[in-house]
Design a protein around this ligand. Structure first.
Ligand code: TRP
Length: 332
């Protein structure tokens, strides 16, 4: 019997890439062996920045198909779409009354917007909508609704989970210590940062991503764009110093990695060849999942059905939490 709940969500704001897979999806699926897993698509979080209905729908299906192709088993893990759980929004409203405005002012993501605006000489709140400003409250509702113990997230989201814990504690302090489960962030130490084409963290905002599921030919083209230094074919190369090699390590078996390390150090292998080897390792690793992904994408009604069934299983848990909280508040 798994006693702890592990929950995380991903926003459908871009096409899932290699960084999402190694940084979020793969570790989350591994955690499901030990924890009660609850994973969802945070479409209302996406709405703050994405206002194209066709694209939002498309990216939602692509993200769902990605989770499923990467091994999320909807029979043993709860898998749903945030917008299908209306209890989320009732709990959000309740949590608003327990969240100080000052706490939101301190959120890194909001502070970064303000700083950017200030530097550009704009109004500090230019382009900031209330959804963005209160983003951590909606996220706290996602987490607290499902009695979550652990939230696997990237470093950038750690503060948001800590805020959810703070908010839970304020309610527990006021109404009794067992009202809400206090969550903890889990940051995976091993694969938290995947390098992008230019060597910086792979991220949509840096425009340096390698999409997870694209046809082989396109994948090869993108791999060939990885930035390297200008060392010639004969020169020995330092694998520790090449993000090309760090990407290779994600896809190749340990023996292959050791052999490649030798080839780097010996010299005689040009960057072109190293890229070709990376592409081959990637393609072999991704092909079986890519096939599943394509099958899901050809049948959106199947994705829709899985998400709806997930919501049906999730809602009783969510409504029990809302009921418990309402009773405590005297709103019943
Ligand atoms: N804010 C997260 C991100 O940008 C997505 C998210 C929304 C989330 N709700 C959540 C993550 C609840 C963990 C738990 O990546």
């Amino acid at each position: 019997m798994k006693s702890n709940v592990c929950l995380t969500g991903i926003k459908p704001t871009g096409i899932p890439h290699i960084g999402n897979y190694f940084g979020a999806i793969k570790p989350a699926i591994e955690l499901a062996a030990r924890y009660e897993a609850r994973y969802f698509i945070a479409d209302y979080h996406a709405l703050n920045t994405l206002k194209d209905p066709v694209l939002l729908k498309e990216l939602t299906y692509k993200l769902a198909a990605t989770w499923l192709a990467c091994g999320l088993d909807p029979d043993t893990m709860l898998f749903y779409r945030q917008s299908d759980i209306p209890e989320t929004f009732e709990l959000t409203t309740i949590l608003m009354a327990f969240t100080s405005k000052g706490l939101m002012n301190r959120a890194h993501a909001y502070k970064a917007c303000v700083q950017e605006n200030t530097q550009a000489g704009n109004d500090p709140d230019a382009g900031v909508n209330m959804g963005l400003y209160t983003y951590p409250v909606l996220m706290a509702a996602d987490i607290l609704l499902f009695n979550t113990n652990l939230v696997p997230v990237g470093k950038d989201q750690k503060q948001h989970v800590e805020m959810a814990a703070d908010i839970a504690q304020s309610l527990n302090f006021a109404y009794g210590k067992d009202l809400l489960t206090v969550p903890e962030p889990v940051i995976s130490e091993t694969t938290q940062v995947v390098a992008g084409l230019d060597g910086r963290k792979m991220s949509k905002s840096y425009d340096n991503v390698i999409p997870l599921f694209i046809p082989s030919k396109q994948l090869r083209k993108i791999v060939m764009k990885i930035v390297t230094n200008s060392q010639g074919v004969d020169e020995p190369k330092n694998p520790e110093d090449a993000h090309l090699f760090s990407l290779y390590q994600l896809f190749a078996a340990p023996e292959e990695q050791a052999a490649a390390r030798e080839r780097y150090l010996a010299g005689g292998m040009g960057w072109g060849q190293a890229k070709q080897e990376l592409f081959e390792a990637m393609d072999a690793y991704l092909a079986p999942m890519r096939e599943k992904y394509e099958r899901f994408m050809q049948d959106p009604s199947r994705i829709e059905r899985i998400l709806k069934e997930g919501a049906e299983k999730a809602r009783p848990i969510a409504s029990a939490t809302v009921e418990r909280v309402r009773n405590a508040l005297g709103i019943n």
